[in-house]
Design a protein around this ligand. Structure first.
Ligand code: SF4
Length: 360
């Protein structure tokens, strides 16, 4: 097996003269890139840019606000994956601005690590249990499986599920994508199949390679896309053959399709992206928290650029700037005192860069 050092040597041997920006769209990829020190081993003209790879970071502010208000004002238990708890929203000073602050104010909000825990909590109480679930395809597929298997009547889903490829398509369609090559997310490709990413080389002539989470796989994908650029022959390479198979995971895809439908969806700080969001199908509407608790619909708060003042998360998520180019990075905004969502989640680029010791 080719090791990391050899891949780095191969990348240098390509002797690429131009500045190249390679975007990744996966928080796990960005974590491996940052923690392995991979950037510093590459030629100085080769940049690895973090893109829209954090579902918590793009979860619309109105959804989080809705969850906060619902938990504060209804006799419910609200459960959510732990990294959502501290994501801040814009709120008046005397109001909770995150789920963790709402919990401190008396709301029954519980972190969970897997969808099965939501069902267990609902089975253990007579109260309505609202499962606030944000995530990309890999996180949302088990949520779909849970509802397909059957859940108690008192379990409701407040869903902020997103598909990854439409965000990349939106960037490419903008005419200013800000990258010359793409490392496609391996975990998403294991579920949905690598074919989802074929549009990148085929329609936009941008090299692409699916990668796993190891430094070796990420370097192999980087070498692949650079070689494609050099030879002007873009295609979709699969550098994660151990798990990424043609067609993906048919069972997971079937579950997603049976329980959920795809529609337009708002991305925090970015706006509405066509065909980028999951919603419950009508057959499951009895479990739809948006229908059960209509009074808390906060879509009136929706606006583009819905970040806290001074926060550049939208620019970071789109790969337009690096985290440490935000003027709040590491000063006003730290993991202990996050101003924007990218400093909260383990998949947020700002949090990853700060944890990795990236300087101001
Ligand atoms: S450093 Fe903080 S405020 Fe700046 S973009 Fe990142 S999360 Fe947002």
């Amino acid at each position: 097996m080719t090791g990391a050092r050899e891949w780095v040597e191969r990348i240098h041997a390509l002797d690429i003269a131009d500045r190249v920006k390679v975007m990744n769209v996966c928080g796990g990829h960005e974590r491996s890139v940052t923690m392995s020190g991979m950037r510093s081993a590459l030629p100085s003209n080769i940049e690895i840019v973090p893109g829209p790879g954090c579902p918590v970071c793009v979860c619309p502010e109105e959804d989080i606000y809705q969850a906060i208000q619902l938990a504060l004002h209804e006799d419910v238990v609200l459960v959510t994956f732990g990294d959502m708890l501290r994501v801040p929203v814009n709120a008046p000073k005397n109001e909770p601005r995150s789920l963790v602050e709402a919990r401190a104010a008396g709301a029954d909000i519980r972190p969970i690590a897997s969808p099965v825990e939501a069902r267990m909590i609902a089975e253990d109480t007579d109260k309505p249990v609202v499962f606030f679930a944000a995530g990309f395809e890999t996180t949302i597929a088990p949520v779909a499986s849970l509802f397909l298997e059957g859940v108690p009547d008192n379990l409701y889903l407040l869903l902020s599920g997103r598909l990854t490829w439409p965000a990349v398509a939106m960037l490419l369609e903008s005419g200013e994508p800000g990258f010359n090559a793409l490392i496609a997310p391996g975990h998403v490709a294991t579920v949905m199949g690598p074919e989802e990413w074929e549009f990148v080389p085929q329609q936009y002539e941008i090299p692409a390679a699916v990668a796993a989470f190891t430094a070796e796989s990420l370097l192999a994908a980087t070498w692949s896309v650079l070689r494609q650029l050099k030879e002007a022959k873009p295609f979709l390479d699969n550098c994660y053959q151990a798990l990424v198979r043609p067609g993906g995971n048919p069972v997971a895809k079937a579950h997603l399709h049976q329980v959920l439908q795809v529609g337009d969806a708002n991305w925090r700080g970015i706006g509405v992206i066509p065909g980028s969001g999951f919603a419950l199908r009508e057959d499951y509407s009895a479990h739809d928290a948006r229908l059960r608790f209509r009074d808390y619909n906060a879509s009136g708060r929706r606006r583009i650029g819905e970040m806290p003042p001074g926060c550049d998360c939208a620019q970071v998520v789109l790969g337009k700037i690096y985290p440490n180019q935000c003027r709040l990075y590491g000063e006003a905004c730290t993991p202990r005192n996050p101003i924007g969502p990218c400093m909260v989640s383990d998949e947020g680029a700002c949090r990853i860069w700060f944890s990795g010791g990236a300087a101001l």
